[in-house]
Design a protein around this ligand. Sequence first.
Ligand code: ADP
Ligand code: MG
Length: 607
Amino acid sequence: MGRINLLDPNMVNMIAAGEVIERPASVVKELMENSIDAGATRIQVTLEEGGRRLIAVEDNGSGMDEEDLSRAFETHATSKIKESGDLQRITSLGFRGEALASISTVALVKTVSRLQESAQANSLEIDCGERSPVTPCSGDYGTRMVVRDLFYKLPARRKFLRTANTEMGHITEQFARIVLAHLDLAFTLTHHRRELYRLAAGESLDSRIKKLFPSLLEGEEDAFISARSQEKEIEVVALLGKPSLSRTTGRYQYVFLNGRAIKDKVITHAIKEAYWGLLEPQRYPVVFLFVTMPFDDYDVNVHPTKIEVRFFKSNLLHSQILGCLREKLLGSDLHVHARLPVTGPRFEASGGTSRGGRSREVADAMASFFKAHKPSAMSDVYSPPNSPSGVRSPQAEYRLGSAREEDATEYAVDRITSLPRNCLQIHNSYIVTETEEGFEIIDQHALHEKLLFETLVQRVEQGDLEAQKLLVPPTLELNESQVAVLKEHRPLINQLGIDIEPFGPRTYAVHSFPTLLAKVDVVQFVLDLIESLEQSGSGKVHDVLSDLLDMSACKAAIKAGQALSQAEMVQLLDDADRADSAFRCPHGRPTTLRFSMEELAKQFLRT
Ligand code: ADP
Ligand code: MG
């Protein structure tokens, strides 16, 4: 007696549903894609309880006649492909013919559809695979699909649905991916009778981005550079976020291929390369990238939800994207400051040959800098040439910071025991200081960031991160998904000393904030915090916390370009002396380059 059974069609569909329909957002995606494939120009999405109770998608597309309506829900029923050759040239969003079959086995589905030329509409109801007959009814032309109570007969799967807010977050993300790729169509998205988005047909990409991600562009003007390239049959069009818009995660990198949102490692890599050197490591640019190419140059049939594709000439695509983006970025005014070579953590006196090469470049850079700045910047700071080792009198030390005398006295009390230091700030970004063996160049931002990071980690571990009550709590507007993240990660956020409470329907107020981060813009910080929490999703609490502290330190630290008084510089260096491993910032970049007198002598050919 054999043990192998043929599964009945309902079982087959339930298994397919496991792949295609993960959560309400997947239903929204499949239904919207069907409407687009049906040639609709207006698509309305209506939801209740984050789609757990109701998802309705209504369109003014081609509609279906009685026969098609009855077939549409069968397994592998599709009007989009016929024979194997069609698989090589998929021009529609759907083609697998399994979405409606899957959805209708795991929910209560009701459809009304009418061909434009027909006088009457038809309706069909399917309750978890159980059909009622198609019946004529009245209705507008186009199709309306209503999906109720997803997974209600599958408690094991229903259990995996999250709160309405979290599900709404996933839905708005899918919605964004679709509407950004179809600017020519009109969309609305309504949740519990509240219209969250209304997007007009023919709206610009800029305008849609602003509506979809209001917090992304807050306070940013001209945040994007547009780039375009056409090589043979491949067109690349992109909006490139300036480095100032960069994020801690890659969530604002949207890639579209012929109207379909995709994730592709090759393209992601090309984007990363294009921004090389323009962003700090671990920062991600904001990019919206649209690729148009012949349908037979890639295969969509590699992933059930079609989020991944296989390019036949991925090398060509990579180089076209990289070339186009890089050229545009380098040709734009991004206020990028040239950087010293920063590969080795320290340049020791006995540096090997390769280090010698790099030190030479640094020495050259230094030499030309000092040459250019000698008369004005140096006369105050350095002692007369006949002074043997450049040691100066204590009063001279504060002269550079004379505009900030109060600071100097305030700090001076603290550091009575520390040695006098010679410090020179160059380009408001680096501090050059004398050491016993020679001199050091310190990246003020990197060093301060490192010190803050260590302090934050220590305080959080010991549970004594001090927070201050904000007298006038700043408020911010959050969308559904942001609220969801906030609720989910409340303990972690509290651990950081941040207290956020609801204030109005979508408004939240920040009541307390960590004292250590006093100089940070509270609202922007909270928005960024939510964004990184959203990305880290199910990551380990420890890792998430460490990322957050990293971000906090980066934001609170002295910036490159910020003028420091002599006292502030000295304070920073003293703090560094007291800390352990201050020579590397949390991002793994060095904070300090150290040079010996020997090295200098060698570079000036004195040996
Ligand atoms: P696929 O989209 O892969 O073809 P689906 O299960 O999503 O498979 O849909 C099955 C068929 O039902 C489609 O091929 C199409 O002919 C028809 N259909 C689905 N939704 C609509 C709609 N909104 N308007 C017109 N026809 C539709
Ligand atoms: Mg489909």
